[in-house]
Design a protein around this ligand. Sequence first.
Ligand code: BG6
Ligand code: MG
Length: 223
Amino acid sequence: LLKGFVFDLDGIITDTAKYHYAAWKRVAQDELGITINPAVNEHLKGVSRMDSLNVILKFGHKENAYTDTEKAEFASEKNDLYKSLIQQMTPDDILPGIADFLKAITAKGYPMALASASRNAPFIIDRLQLAEYFSAIVDPATLTKGKPDPEIFERAADLIHLPYAETVGIEDAVAGIEGIQAAGMFAVGVGSPDVLGKADLLFPDTAHLNLAQIETAFNAARK
Ligand code: BG6
Ligand code: MG
């Protein structure tokens, strides 16, 4: 029986993926001399700040070019840029369909927890005025491994006492879908089949997210 939901934030609840990308693009160009593109960006989604930097360095064949101290500086420069981009966010920045989707889930009594790799997640949820919907927010600083490891999704479910097999995870990132499935949860993807083909159920965008469809697909998969 479906018991509750764990949610990704960036790219699902709000389109911060574009701000993460813009900030990394600048730092990669100006500091590392690496030009990233949307294909690289798919591999930055869901991935922690330092892991994202490592993906970019690998892409630019510079994985051994910098010390840990330098890398920490690049990551912090990216975060400063990113933070300046999210300062002005308002509830208008909630992605289409998400407010109604969260309301529908709450109306049916399913608890929700946030499983975002972002240390900025509580700030953003606050700016969007969505805090009331989430019974728990995972603190990514307390995790040992990032997505695609299942740890963050397991922690989110643990915080609201959900059995993994009865939990649905919602994600826009390849690493996220993999992590949800590795936790034994049902993975709902939002995005294109070329990128998220492995999802248990896929919606093209957030406006199409539909609770009844998720319940039906979940029940069919668990029979
Ligand atoms: C994830 C984003 O939610 O959070 C990634 O999809 C980002 O792109 C990660 O790198 C970490 O975020 P932050 O805000 O802690 O740098
Ligand atoms: Mg995401």
